[in-house]
Design a protein around this ligand. Structure first.
Ligand code: ADP
Length: 231
């Protein structure tokens, strides 16, 4: 599903690669936590997957799409396979919960009828039924992240990338979000989570891939946050 084979990424004229001969294989439906100190290369890895950045060398295949043969016109198709949520939610502030989620379908060219039948289901999935007409500023941080997750999964991507989704949340809301990611994973979506939250990593008992200075230094099946790696 996600395959990286000896991928190196060097930005511009930088001497030091951000990622150095990374090889990683993630199966469909896996839940993988990516950890590493600031500057380790986590964001670069995620940007290579979403094709915001191109590797300097090495092979990337996601959902059967070989990035070596990926034409610009196919990038929207690729992005449909990958939903992304961020630490700062990135919601549209002038739009309601419903509209934020519907917007993702409008730009994909869905009809109004399809939108009307799809959006309520996703809002229910993330536990926001009753909040459809609220604006982002009327919601808690945890609720805003739920809207962002609804928007990311409404087109049923194969992969959900959650880049520090709990970074702005208190412990209770953080766990609510992690449980929601687990639910989405349970329904069949591959989840790639980056976090600095030691407790979440240690309690989840999921696969943990540790990056350090652009290299994978450990890959554990039921991993924990390793001492000395905390940011
Ligand atoms: P992380 O997400 O783990 O904090 P990054 O992938 O952001 O790590 O960064 C890895 C390395 O690449 C760092 O040394 C960083 O300074 C460098 N880097 C990241 N983005 C860019 C960029 N757009 N231009 C130049 N260097 C970059």
């Amino acid at each position: 599903m996600i395959l990286l084979d000896r991928v190196t990424k060097t930005y511009g004229k930088s001497m030091k690669p951000a990622l150095s001969r990374i090889s990683l294989h993630v199966e469909p439906r896996e839940f993988v936590i990516l950890v590493g100190t600031s500057g380790a290369g986590k964001s670069t890895l995620l940007k290579l997957l979403t094709r915001e950045e191109k590797p300097t060398s090495g092979k990337i295949v996601v959902g059967g799409i070989d990035y070596d043969h990926l034409k610009d016109k196919h990038i929207p198709l690729l992005r449909r396979k990958i939903g992304v949520v961020f630490q700062d939610f990135k919601l549209l502030p002038q739009r309601t919960v419903y509209e934020n989620v519907a917007f993702a379908l409008e730009i994909a060219g869905m009809t109004n009828r399809e939108i009307k039948s799809t959006v309520p289901k996703v809002i229910e999935l993330v536990g926001l039924t009753g909040k459809e007409k609220s604006f982002p500023h009327q919601l808690s941080g945890g609720e805003r992240q739920r809207v962002a997750i609804a928007r990311a999964v409404v087109r049923q991507p194969k992969i959900l990338i959650a880049d520090e989704p709990t970074g702005n949340l208190d412990p209770k809301h953080s766990w609510d979000i992690v449980r929601l990611l687990e639910k989405i994973n349970h329904y069949g979506t591959t989840v790639l989570l980056t976090t600095h939250n030691v407790e979440i990593v240690n309690k989840l008992k999921r696969r943990v891939v540790t990056l350090d200075h652009g290299k994978i230094t450990s890959d554990q099946a039921q991993g924990s946050y390793r001492q000395g790696r905390a940011a």
